[in-house]
Design a protein around this ligand. Structure first.
Ligand SMILES: *[C@@H]1O[C@H](CO)[C@@H](O)[C@H](O)[C@H]1NC(C)=O
Ligand SMILES: *[C@@H]1O[C@H](CO)[C@@H](O)[C@H](O)[C@H]1NC(C)=O
Length: 360
């Protein structure tokens, strides 16, 4: 039977596949999607850990999945769309019981996580632990596919990152002023860069980054400031810009020093501001006020009975809003962002978009 399989493989498929000796014959250009990050990218990992940070109550998840499933959205989140555009199955959480089809990739992201281990410690899967998960996955792949095929798969695959927002929200709220904002940003970027280098060492070559959004303009921050329309929290805005500048410097350095390293960076700061303040240009009606929540801009953490126990309001049509809750995009906004990451022009996504990374 094994021989038969081998012969079949050999005779029929060797023109289009690379691996004829193993049980799984991958198409020559097959690439997986590996996802690292926080609640913008989490597709349910936090459902399987002991944490209060969970998107498992209504009205989260009602638009697409029809039930709350851990995504902080009314429906799908950015990596769901990226997987779709890459013609991959929906990327499942690493902790999903029984899941091990790693040849298509897997999602390690955890709501509340930061690049720093101290951020929400004990309640999240921090970036280092997400890397540990990937290390295990690469070992399993090696067992399943062999060294050469794994090397090829990992080098073709795309590693998607969204990290830092929680580090900065902790910094702002606890005022960890033992550090200057410059020192703190350097630590966040330093830890993220360390993880990128380790993935490179394990065989990764193509990396996608969602830059830092305009943190100070999100409903949660504007509710704190309670400012007039248009005013955002300046401290937070400054951190976002510092983060993006430092990340770009770090990525250019990696590109110079690591052979074959390629990256895609989406300027999420400018992108979100653009759609927030010109919503109708992009088919939205409300760019600033969240769909679900309470308080100014519906920026309190009360959506669905979150940690703040206010009575909350819910909009009729989430598709009209850019923000679903105090910080997270609606499904429709997530799709818009994913499109910009996937095939957007250099206006927001440089030097490669994700489509180009997948195709290369
Ligand atoms: C990573 O973060 C820790 C704090 O969690 C910090 O002490 C360390 O210097 C950072 N590493 C890098 C390379 O920046
Ligand atoms: C926010 O400002 C409005 C008026 O600008 C005021 O009515 C409201 O009480 C303020 N809310 C908070 C939480 O300070």
């Amino acid at each position: 039977m094994a021989t038969l399989r081998f012969q079949f493989c050999f005779l029929i498929l060797c023109k289009t596949i690379t691996c004829c000796y193993c049980n799984i014959c991958l198409p020559r250009n097959h690439a997986a999607l590996f996802v690292f990050g926080d609640s913008y990218f989490d597709v349910g990992n936090n459902n399987y850990i002991n944490t209060p940070i969970k998107g498992t109550y209504k009205p989260y998840g009602e638009a697409f999945f029809k039930y709350p499933n851990g995504r902080f959205s009314d429906g799908r989140v950015i990596p769901d769309f990226i997987a779709e555009y890459a013609k991959l199955p929906l990327t499942l959480p690493y902790l999903f019981p029984g899941y091990n089809r790693y040849i298509d990739g897997v999602n390690f992201a955890s709501a509340g996580a930061g690049a720093l281990v101290e951020t929400h410690k004990g309640m999240v899967i921090d970036l280092k632990s997400q890397l540990a998960g990937f290390r295990k996955v690469s070992k399993k792949l090696r067992k399943e596919l062999g060294d050469a095929e794994t090397k090829r798969l990992l080098s073709k695959s795309v590693y998607l990152f969204d990290m830092g927002a929680n580090d900065y929200s902790v910094f702002l709220s606890e005022k960890r002023r033992a550090y200057s904002s410059n020192q703190y940003v350097d630590m966040v970027i330093g830890n993220q860069t360390t993880v990128v280098k380790k993935i490179y060492k394990l065989g990764g070559r193509k990396f996608g980054f969602l830059g830092m959004g305009p943190l100070g303009c999100e409903p949660i921050m504007r509710a704190l400031v309670n400012g007039s329309k248009g005013s955002c929290m300046e401290d937070a805005q400054l951190l976002s810009k510092q983060h993006n500048n430092a990340l770009l410097v770090a990525l250019k350095k990696l590109e110079r020093h690591l052979k074959g390293f390629k990256y895609s960076f989406t300027n999420f700061y400018d992108l979100v501001l653009e759609v927030m303040f010109h919503p109708s240009k992009y088919g939205f009606k409300e760019g600033e006020v969240a769909c679900c929540g309470s308080g100014p801009y519906r920026g309190h953490l009360s959506c669905g009975g979150g940690p703040v126990k206010d009575e909350y309001q819910l909009c009729d049509n989430p598709n009209e809003h850019v923000f679903f809750d105090y910080t997270h995009p609606t499904e429709r906004a997530a799709q818009f962002y994913a499109r910009q990451m996937w095939s957007g022009s250099a206006k927001f996504t440089r030097p490669y978009n994700l489509k180009k990374l997948f195709e290369d």
